[in-house]
Design a protein around this ligand. Structure first.
Ligand SMILES: [Zn+2]
Ligand SMILES: [Zn+2]
Length: 205
């Protein structure tokens, strides 16, 4: 993983300059998310749901019973993803970055190159946190649940900028968070950046 090609937001989120890849989760638990795959998954889901609706509405289904309809439609939903609304919420933001990467990049000559300075990344990071919580729950209650957020297996400890930032980077990350994200509501700021503050404070001990 080439750290210079990724913008960091906090301890658990970074993305490629062109927005096509997002790395979510730190501490060597990275899940690598590709915009194309994410978009395709949601499209497949929507298609499957509309297919089953058509099938049932077309009278081919043996039972017109409403409960049965709901059950079958529900089962089909779970095959691809039980969380289409959450996916489409994340994609609504993510698509903007991929469509206009320079708009959500770093202005030319800015010293803080390498950090996500736009609130849109905060929205995606929040969306992924919710998705992760949903998936953690799904694993315990949906048999054979296939995660979207799958940690990449690595045999070596990861030395990227969010797993193992240098002392200078730790201070710099926290300075950037304060500089660019201080207008966020306090609870969101805390969720996003408390870890960076701790990292920066640890460098002073
Ligand atoms: Zn569904
Ligand atoms: Zn890493």
């Amino acid at each position: 993983m080439a750290p210079t090609q990724f913008y960091c937001l906090n301890r658990r989120y970074m993305r490629a300059l062109d927005g096509k890849i997002i790395i979510y989760e730190g501490g060597e638990q990275h899940a690598k998310l590709h915009f194309k795959e994410f978009t395709a998954l949601l499209a497949e889901h929507d298609e499957a749901v509309s297919d089953i609706r058509e099938f049932l509405d077309g009278g081919l289904c043996l039972s017109k019973d409403h409960m049965m309809y709901e059950l079958i439609a529900g089962a089909v939903c779970k095959v691809l993803t039980p969380y289409p609304a959450q996916l489409s919420d994340i994609l609504a933001h993510w698509r903007k970055i991929v469509t206009h990467p320079t708009r959500y990049g770093i202005p030319d000559g800015a010293k803080d190159e390498g950090m996500c300075i736009h609130a849109i990344d905060v929205s995606i990071c929040e969306g992924l946190a919710t998705l992760k919580a949903l998936e953690d729950a799904a694993e315990t209650c949906i048999p054979h649940y296939q995660r979207i957020l799958v940690p990449i297996f690595t045999s070596e400890p990861c030395r990227c900028n969010i797993c193992e930032p240098s002392i200078e980077r730790r201070r710099w990350h926290w300075a950037c968070a304060q500089k660019y994200h201080s207008t966020l509501p306090a609870p969101i700021f805390e969720r996003m950046f408390a870890g960076l503050r701790e990292d920066a404070e640890a460098t002073r001990q």
